[in-house]
Structure formats: C-alpha cells, structure tokens
Ligand binder design. Structure first.
Ligand code: BDR
Ligand code: CA
Length: 309
C-alpha cells in the first residue's frame, strides 16, 4: 500500500543515482515526478541520467521533468571529478527510450503539489536548491502546501567538501538555499554531519551487488565509482552516499536523529560562500528547521538492499 507521495529533485550524480534506485524500488512510495537541475553535471546530462536510471529500474511510469539549467545568480559549477564527466561514473551513457516529460520542472513541482491536498506531498532535494527557490518565488503558498521537505545539503561539525566552509549543493547556489531556508517550508536538512556516517563499505556494496538485479547492479556500480574517486581524491576507502539520506529518512524516520534549529546560509563572503550557520539555541517549538546529527548506516543500507531486490 502507498503511504507517501514524493517528488525527487536531483542532479544525478552517482549518489543521486543510488537514492533514485532506493526510491524506484520502494513500493510504499508514490513517486509523482523526478525533476532535474544543473549541478554535478549540466542539466542536459542530469536529465538524461535520470531517464537512464528510470529505464534501468523499469519505472517509466514516473515522469522526468527538466528544471533549471543554472543557479539563480552564480555561474554553473560542476562536480564532475566526483561523478565522472557524464555524471554516472563508469556507466556508458545511452539514449533512453522514453523522453523528457512536457513542462518545466519548476511548473511540474508546483502543479503536482497544488493538485493534492495540503501537506500530502513530500519533496526530497538532492542537488542545488534552484528549482525549489524558483517554485517558491512563483507560488509562495507552496511553502505551506508542501509536506516534509528533506534536503541533502550543508555542513556544520564536519566542515565542507567543496571549500573549508561549504558543502557542494549549498555552495553551488547559495542564494537559492538562502531563499529556501527563509521560505517557511518544513525543512529537514541532511548535511555532511549525517551523510558522512552513511558510507559504502566493501561489505555493504557487496550486499547490494549480491542481489543481482539491474537496480542492485547499478547502485553498486555507482558506489564502486565513488569508492575509487574518494580513495584518489580524499583518501577514504568507504565513500559517503549523501543523497540516499533524505529518501531513507522519508521511508524510515527512526534511522536518523534530528535536532531542531535555525539554519542561515552565507552568500555574501566568497571565503565562506555556502556556509550553513546552524543555530541550536532556539525554542524547539518555534524552530523552523531540523538538522540531522546522526544516522543508522546499517539501517539505511538494509533499506537500499531491500529496495533493489
Ligand atoms: C552533494 O553534492 C553532490 O556532488 C552530491 O550528489 C550530493 O548531492 C554532496 O555534497
Ligand atoms: Ca546530488
């Protein structure tokens, strides 16, 4: 039985791809749409990649809408070194049979949410927050109309992964992140403090690969690529699989510990561009945001392994 209606906004990206395999394989989710944004690689590639992943998962019932091709004010900046030039690691690109759905991703997001009862549609944002910021500008009531908004972005205790201060998704479009944080959406943020706890160890990758399905093989291939680049660039054997966290939380909230907070985004200084100032000294009853402080990684990987079966 479906229990949760969800839109995924993403920029695949190897970890976005694992998150999509988790979502595509979770029968308790009603996936209303996947919207794409320029981020890890340009929009044309993130959109093609989302369609490739949809085809591999056999989920052509889910429309893929292309969204914003650039940040609100900044120049597009990619993260190809972590995802491969085409965005999906070692995977050779192919032209998916099913095309891009009509309508801009921002309109698709607004329409899907406004067509449903208030607070019944959840949103997972796995890339720069450009699409959501544009949607909120166009339809300000969206903030209260949306159900939970689960975002992969930001860094506090862990420091940044693109600069000393900032995590990639927030850094790539800090103005969008600022607008989203101030919007009144019910936001739960999965920054590096939590996502760095969800690592693809050799054993966990082998368990996913061992399922022997196209979804499992694809998710495992993404994590293997991450393992290679993180070894080379950062020196880690077990790469974090950031983008699965928001989706895993929507499926099974008890896997994460959250703290009420207020999050502000730095966008004026170049030095600390994209820094997330996470303030815990707030009245929990009035706190506008929640920040994930810990994750049950075994539980998250159990979900992935089950979803790709
Ligand atoms: C985030 O940045 C991207 O490179 C990943 O896909 C993830 O969404 C991690 O900082
Ligand atoms: Ca991403």
């Amino acid at each position: 039985m479906k229990t949760l209606s969800l839109i995924i906004d993403c920029d695949p990206g190897v970890d976005d791809a694992v998150a999509l395999m988790l979502a595509f394989g979770s029968s308790e989710l009603e996936l209303l749409a996947v919207t794409t944004v320029g981020g890890n690689v340009p929009l044309a590639k993130t959109t093609r990649n989302a369609r490739m992943l949809r085809q591999i998962a056999g989920r052509e019932d889910v429309p893929v809408h292309a969204g914003a091709d650039r940040p609100l004010r900044r120049k597009p900046a990619g993260a190809g070194e972590f995802h491969g030039e085409e965005g999906l690691g070692f995977m050779t690109p192919f032209t998916p049979a099913k095309g891009v759905a009509d309508g801009h991703g921002v309109d698709a997001l607004i329409n899907a949410v406004m067509a449903r009862e208030p607070e019944t549609v959840a949103l997972a944002v796995l890339g720069p927050m450009t699409n959501l910021a544009l949607a909120l500008r166009r339809e300000p009531t969206l903030a209260r109309r949306l159900g939970p908004v689960a975002i992969m972005g930001g860094a506090r205790s862990e420091g940044g992964n693109i600069t000393a201060s900032a995590e990639f998704n927030v850094w790539a479009d800090p103005e969008a992140a600022d607008e989203v944080m101030r919007s009144g959406c019910r936001i739960t943020m999965f920054g590096l403090d939590a996502t760095h706890q969800v690592r693809a160890t050799e054993e966990r990758i082998a368990a996913v690969a061992g399922i022997g399905t196209p979804k499992g093989d694809t998710a495992a291939a993404m994590m293997r690529f991450s393992q290679k680049v993180e070894r080379e660039i950062v020196g880690w054997d077990a790469p974090p699989v950031h983008d699965v966290c928001p989706v895993a939380w929507l499926l099974k909230p008890e896997l994460f510990e959250l703290k009420p907070c207020r999050i502000a985004v730095e966008f004026q200084s170049e030095l600390t561009r994209g820094h997330t100032a996470v303030e815990f000294r707030v009245d929990p009853a009035e706190a506008p945001h929640r920040w994930a402080v810990s994750a049950d990684a075994d539980g998250v990987f159990a979900l992935i392994t089950e979803a790709v079966r």
